[in-house]
Each structure stands twice: as structure tokens, then as C-alpha cells.
Design a protein. Sequence first.
Length: 297
Amino acid sequence: MSPLPPPTSINSSGFATALELYPSLVENVYKSKLKDVKKLNEALERDKWRFEELPLSIPILNGGKESKAGKSQKRVSLSKAIVERLVQWKITHGHSRPFLPAMIRKNDAAAVEEQTALAYEKLGGSPSTSAPSTATLIAALDSACKLTGIGPATGTLILAVYDPKYIPFFQDEMFLWFFPDHKDAKLKYTQKEYLQLYDAVAPVLKKLGVKAVDLEKVAYVLGHKELLEPTDLSKLEEALGGNSDNATKKPAVKKAESSPKSDAAPSKPAKGTKRGAETSQHSEESTSKRQTRRNRS
């Protein structure tokens, strides 16, 4: 299996292919985690909801609640039920955190709406026209993280559904793709780690002209590519630039072709030399005998 290309060097073809394979890959990942068909279908529905339905509904979620800033503005927030469903998606999609839903339920419904609204107000209008500054991002994240059970990872998920273009979700697969040296180190899911990821993601989004949400999907595919069907894996590796395993096999084949020739070349002369020596010795003996007979005669 080929090593992953660094995010800064992934080509457009590889990116597009990985993105295309996301639906089949995520189904295989969920199948490896969930044996109950009903739970599997529910998980796949949540994944579609998180990526396709929820982000589109964000601007009109609250039916025109007035903003504290003034009656002319509309206030956008997430309900407690939506946050609970997002958390359920997160613990199925990534590492299991069975205690997390219970912690989220401890929040008052009004508090959830208030803090998510404050977070979104920090970010400005949706859809956004530019990436938020680090200071703006921190302020928005702090607002979301005031809720019980919401840390930087879940907080970035709340922000990412509001701004899927510029704000990446703090996902293990993405972080480890950008920082492979952390593979053997346990992530602490701190704000500092997330800001490190945020800064690294920005130039890649600009270079490829893609959205953060699509980069998230690609990172997930690359992080679980061993669960792809063989034909899909071959397709992906070809798009990424070829299978390095195949590349290393070619020199081995050439070596194997040349080795027998070089090994065989000395062996034949060796046998031939022995036979030649024996023939020469026999010839010399015959000549000597003939010479003796002549001398006697």
C-alpha cells in the first residue's frame, strides 16, 4: 500500500478521486463498527444529514429570531436536539465517547441556543466570504465551549457546519495527515492543537481551491483507505500518483533478469575450463606416447 502524499503535494486528481470514494468508504467504516443493520442505516443517515442537509439549513434554522444586535438581523443558532445528533455522529464517525451524549443532555436547551448563536455571531454572516482570523475563530470557539461536554473538537464541529468552506472540523484523520509525526502520540484535543491544524489547512484550501468540508472527507478516506474495495484502492493510488509498491517491484524484476545472466556466465566457463584442461592433458599424453614410439623405432 502506497504511503500517503503530504497534503501540500496532493494532486487535484487524487483529491477528486478520494472525495468521490467517500460514500463507499464511510459505509465500509461504519460496517466495521456497527453489526446491527438498523444502527448502521441510522449512522449513514446521520452522516448524510451532517454533510448535506444541516449546513444548507443553517441560515434558516431559527425562522427569523431577532439578534441582540438589532431587529434587522436574524439570529442563527443550533437547538439542543441538533447538537445532540451532531455529537452522536461524531462518536460514531470517530473515536467512541459513550459518555459524551449524557454530558450534552445536561445543558439547558436555551443555553445551547444562546451559546451557539453567540459563536455564529462572532463568525459573521453565512455563507462566509473569507476565512475568519485566528482571533475571531478563538472567540467563536470559546463561546461554543462554554457548554457542558463541548471541548475544542466538538466545538469546531459546531463551527464547521456553519462555515464548511473555511473552518475544518478537528478530526483525527485530518490532523494525523497534516502532522504524521503525531501518529504515535495521543492527541489532547486542545485549542492549541486545533489552531496548528487551522493554520496548516488554509494554504492547502487555497492551492486546491476546495472547501474545508471536502478536505475533511478526503482526509477520512486516506486515513481509512485500507477499508476501500481493492478496485477502489487501486483507483485511488493511481490517481494519487501510482502505487509505490509497484514502483519498487520494477527494479527487483530487472535485477532478477540480470542476476541469472551474471551468475550463469562464470559457471559455464568453469565447467568448460575443467573439460578443456582434461582434454588438453589427454592430448599431451597421446603426443608423448607417439614420440616415445618413434624414438624406439
